[in-house]
Design a protein around this ligand. Sequence first.
Ligand SMILES: [Zn+2]
Length: 263
Amino acid sequence: MLSVDQVLNKSQASLIGMHPVVKEKVRELIIRCYAASILILITSGFRSFSEQAAIFAKGRDNYGKVVRPKDVVSNARPGRSMHNYGLAADYVLLMPDGKSVSWSTVRDGNHNGHKDWFEVAEIAKSLGFEWGGDWDRFVDMPHIQMSFGLTIEELCSGLRPPTEQPVMKPKPIAISIKVNGKSVIDGTLINGAVFVPIRCIGEELGGAIGWDNAAKKPTINGELVMETAIINGSAFVPIRSVSEGLGANVIWCTAERSVTVEK
Ligand SMILES: [Zn+2]
């Protein structure tokens, strides 16, 4: 079984030259897929205009006219693909041996009754990507992109997305929290969910806390905690999912703004 680090490393070269925000999102996609027991490999990220010209030329004559339809891999001339601005990536399923890949869109390698290829697309969309499989004119199943609302015309004319994502500062709303009858440090409400410092809850409920450097996320009993907020240098996690994952009951009292966790 490959580690998440090993899986990330295999795509490292393809991420060079990508827009920094999109690159982080692609890494997040690889990590989330890994957590869903799906390994993916990024086969293409940033493409220069000359690389795009070579790809566009496949199956076409010197005038760009299609002469061998089977060989055509792209309809985008140089500058007309989101890849040319580092805003797109192509994925393929990576087999457990870490060497071979599968282009099958019906494979269900994690045996959950859903096709892995489409699960990856769903995860990508949840991260804000547009998926080429949803296009009607030229269906591009391996392709995901993030355009920040810019059209290809705007990119061609020189507009570029910001290189930093606006930081969403969580607005702290104190929630009193009791774990096994003991008061712990106050929780924080983020997007309607109560978050607590992972150490306050994991250890009290008998979970071993760790940190995965590659994924930049905390772990409990070796499992990555996907939903994490870093506040003042501490990792905060949603109290409900983490407590329930450790076999505890969670009771939320709206009137008192309190959460009681019992195990
Ligand atoms: Zn693509």
